[in-house]
Design a protein around this ligand. Structure first.
Ligand code: LRH
Ligand code: MN
Ligand code: MN
Length: 430
């Protein structure tokens, strides 16, 4: 396997920080031991944790107003994978990439898979795109795709999803994520029920074509690009459609796709309860679908979501196997740094959720002791688990301090020279 960054540099940096890390780790180990928690067992769980990187996150995103490309951005999916390999080399919890078509379309998907193999990467869910028109596309998605009034447009959108499955099969993926921007901008523009019926008929055609070992992830989003109503607007619409389609259709929760202040962790619990949680697009948001870096604004919310996930994991909830992916837009940071940091922040929430004294929590819940119940969660959240995360990375061969090593490596500067006409990478505008 080729490594993107000199392994010697990683080792050297790790050795320099080894004594301090060991001291911090030992101290945290003693704190956890007083709570009856074995730090080694938690570190093992941290080592097993994985979250997929979105291929489109490796380039600068942008807004409706402008995109400001950074130096050396990947120009194609091969280069996107090289950046993903840097991320994985340093953080060791991002072994897979979620591709987006046609942004990541190539002539030869087996060549792409070989490239990923050589970099030590695999593929997570593939994403279809019927929210934009592509050059040369016969029919427009201006008024919708899977739910369009014109059956010919619907057929085109279905066909695109079917080809995404074919490409994904070559890549070794086993899930299709379908997000449509279909909706309306004016009251009265669309008939809500007829529109959803058309969507369901199209989604059924895709669902029926899924290979035996594939799942279909339905991603909801409150608004944008449609600003009055959206076909799969909320988790209610999403779960109703998933229930209509069948067991292998489940709901994907993108953290930025809800109204402000919505209780996302409770939505997650509901979806788990009814075996309908497909997985996540992690990011953070202040106003809407901001696609800010995971955990940058609401780390406690992210922890509370993981509290539900760990609860389900520890109770051995049937059929519980969510896919974890990032979905962010990086406008003012180096995307590699943001993705590394975000992967760590998601892993941090997971590890903190593992520290919750669950038996105590259940007892406080039974006794209706709101104060001690909530403090039980806070007791886990308030601990700094950074030494566990660093230790897990080092044991996996990654960097204790990924951003410091990345900066010292000069990778961005090097690729800037090799990628002269950058700025062409996949959009983050949606
Ligand atoms: C839509 C979305 C969806 C798309 C991605 C680029 O806002 O979250 O997941 O595929 O952004
Ligand atoms: Mn998303
Ligand atoms: Mn989004």
């Amino acid at each position: 396997m080729t490594t993107q960054i000199d392994a010697g540099l990683v080792d050297e940096a790790n050795q320099q920080g080894a004594a301090h890390l060991q001291a911090d780790y030992d101290h945290l180990g003693a704190v956890l031991a007083r709570r009856g928690i074995d730090i080694e067992a938690i570190t093992e769980k941290a080592r097993d944790f994985a979250v997929a990187v979105p291929s489109w996150g490796t380039g600068s995103g942008g807004t409706r107003f402008a995109r400001f490309p950074g130096p050396g951005e990947p120009r194609n999916v091969f280069e996107k994978l090289e950046d993903c390999a840097v991320i994985q080399q340093l953080v060791r919890c991002t072994p897979t990439v979620s591709p987006h078509f046609p942004w990541d379309w190539v002539d030869d998907f087996s060549e792409l898979r070989q490239h990923a193999d050589a970099l030590g990467l695999g593929f997570d869910a593939v994403n279809s795109n019927t929210f934009q028109d592509q050059p040369g596309q016969p029919l427009s998605y201006k008024y919708g795709s899977l739910s369009h009034t014109d059956p010919a447009v619907r057929a085109q959108a279905v066909a695109h999803n079917l080809e995404c499955i074919e490409w994904g099969q070559v890549l070794g993926s086993s899930a299709l994520t379908v997000w449509v921007g279909d909706g309306s901008n004016f009251p009265g523009q669309s008939h809500f029920q007829y529109q959803l019926e058309r969507y369901l008929e199209s989604a059924r055609a895709i669902y029926d074509a899924l290979p035996a070992d594939w799942d279909m992830f339905l991603e909801h989003k409150m608004f944008e690009p449609a600003f009055y109503s959206t076909v799969i607007q909320d988790w209610g619409s999403s779960v109703l459609c998933a229930m209509e389609l069948g067991d292998r259709a489940r709901c994907l929760v993108d953290l930025g796709h809800h109204a402000p202040n919505v209780n996302i962790e409770m939505i997650v619990s509901r979806l788990i309860q009814f075996h309908k949680l497909a997985g996540f697009h992690f990011n953070d948001s202040k106003y809407g679908d901001d696609d800010l870096d995971s955990g940058s604004l609401h780390p406690y919310q992210q922890f509370l979501i993981f509290n539900e996930l760990v609860d389900a994991e520890q109770r051995g909830q049937a059929g519980f196997n969510p896919a974890y992916m990032l979905d962010q837009s990086h406008n003012v940071t180096d995307p590699i740094e943001s993705l590394m940091n975000s992967a760590e922040e998601v892993q941090r929430s997971y590890v903190k959720a593992l520290l919750v004294d669950r038996e105590a929590l259940y007892a406080h819940q039974e006794a209706n002791d709101a104060m001690l119940a909530t403090n039980t969660l806070k007791a886990a959240f308030n601990l700094d688990v950074s030494p566990i995360l660093a230790q897990a990375r080092v044991l996996e061969g990654g960097a204790a301090q990924p951003i410091a090593v990345y900066r010292a490596s000069g990778y961005r500067c090097a690729v800037d020279k090799q990628r002269p006409s950058s700025g062409q990478s996949g959009s983050g505008i949606v």
